[in-house]
Design a protein around this ligand. Structure first.
Ligand code: 5GP
Ligand code: MN
Ligand code: MN
Length: 418
């Protein structure tokens, strides 16, 4: 018989048989040596009660409480999707590219490089008297217009059926960062080579699509008088129009997110070339991966819908990105294709405390110390993103050593936050 020592995961709260006996799916956790809060455990057990979970939930070491379902979890389903589990930042993810630059090519004054990146990519909250959204384009740059032309027809098809989505921000958000947790970084790898890395998703339009279908799923539940352990577990059953429309729209939003990261990367690199005034090659290695999405995949010989909410595909040989925090290491990884995890890994270190808690606990001085050596924001508004608000990335990587292999270790020297 297989014992806990043979496995790289533990069961949450109960054994496989106990879960079966009470009609819930088992929950397998790759969380050895990292903290998991009780609210996440409770949330996972609620999700595990949904009757359409395929085999088990796979929980990554960055797990923490989230709206709808737990962040850092993999939810394989058959016959239904839970839109709130996919979330509202559809296709949120990471992109990283390696350049031909090395540390010695970088200017002494990194503030200028940071300013150039901030100027090249719209980001941040709506501020100022005119309430102009700092995070959108007033005039579309060429790269955005070009990327939008490949997305335009798909969006028209969606709004034709769902006119409520018509007024979303679309092309004017393509190639823009967003707020809060989203970032652009300049990093050095283990050989002192320069990488550009960024984190963003499908912006306003993805949010509109995600929210719209979450509401539709809730309406559906009310119509059938279905009681759920949590209203946010409302689902769309396969074979219904809502399901088909959601799959179509979510796929489109995920393409938007991929393109958003490509356009941003293009602008970031162009800005760096101009600011540094030295020619360099980019995209010597390139990874662009979602960590908030749903996809049709094949597992254990069956076709399955896999929702990764704060998790990355780690199929054998597939490259992924696991960021740490504003002041910690990040990793370029290669998937080992572990079937038990549905070929997944974590999407980061994961939060250890809420934003409010981080703001209560830490001062600007704490934050400045934790990000010393990084050219980044050190103001009060960014304290909810301070490194100590996240789990220890080394512990997180150790807990998923069976899921991914580390290919590069990155350390940021510039960090632009949304
Ligand atoms: P999320 O998509 O859940 O907002 O964030 C993904 C992960 O990114 C977090 O769990 C955290 O580990 C990591 N992270 C957050 N902020 C930063 C940052 O400024 N730089 C880097 N490299 N990683 C970050
Ligand atoms: Mn996001
Ligand atoms: Mn994200």
């Amino acid at each position: 018989m297989q014992t806990a020592a043979d496995r790289s995961y533990d069961f949450l709260a109960e054994t496989f048989d106990a879960a079966k006996a009470r009609n819930a799916a088992p929950v397998k956790m790759w969380t050895r040596g990292v903290p998991v809060d009780d609210s996440s455990k409770e949330q996972l057990l609620n999700t595990a009660r949904m009757p359409f979970i395929f085999k088990w939930l796979a929980v990554m070491p960055d797990v923490h409480y989230g709206k709808g379902s737990t962040i850092g979890s993999v939810i394989p389903t058959k016959g239904a999707i839970i839109p709130a589990a996919v979330g509202v930042d559809l296709g949120c993810g990471m992109m990283a590219v390696r350049t031909s630059l090395t540390a010695s090519d970088l200017p002494d004054n990194l503030a200028l490089l940071r300013a150039a990146l901030e100027k090249a990519v719209p980001h941040g909250r709506t501020v100022g008297r005119d309430m102009r959204d700092k995070g959108s384009w007033a005039e579309l740059p060429e790269a955005t217009a070009e990327a939008w032309s490949a997305l335009d027809a798909g969006f028209r098809r969606i709004v034709e059926k769902h006119p409520k989505l018509e007024k979303s921000n679309t092309a004017n958000h393509l190639g823009t960062l967003g707020t809060g947790n989203h970032f652009i970084e300049v990093c050095l790898d283990e050989a002192d080579r320069v990488w550009f890395m960024l984190h963003s998703g499908s912006r306003g339009v993805g949010n509109a699509i995600g929210s719209y279908f979450i509401e539709r799923a809730k309406e559906e539940m009310r119509r059938w008088y279905l009681n759920l352990p949590d209203r946010d577990l409302a689902y769309l059953p396969e074979g219904t129009e809502g399901f088909d429309d959601y799959v179509d729209a979510v796929q489109w939003a995920q393409s938007f997110a991929l393109a958003n990261r490509e356009v941003m990367m293009k602008h970031a690199i162009a800005a760096a070339r101009e600011a540094m005034a030295i020619p360099f090659e980019a995209h010597l290695e390139a990874v662009n991966c979602h960590h908030n999405y749903v996809a049709r995949e094949h597992h254990f010989g069956e076709n399955v819908l896999v929702t990764r909410k704060g998790a990355v595909c780690a199929a054998e040989g597939v490259m992924g990105i696991i960021p740490g925090s504003m002041g910690a290491k990040s990793f370029i990884v290669r998937g080992k294709g572990d079937p038990e995890s549905f070929c997944s890994c974590s999407h980061g270190a994961g939060r250890v405390m809420s934003r409010a808690e981080a703001k209560r606990r830490f001062t600007i001085e704490d934050h400045a110390a934790a990000t010393s050596g990084v050219e980044c924001r050190k103001d009060a508004d960014v304290i909810d993103e301070t490194p100590a608000a996240y789990k220890d990335i080394d512990a997180v990587m150790a807990a998923q050593a069976d899921l991914v292999e580390i290919v590069h270790t990155l350390r940021q020297i510039v960090c632009v936050k949304g």
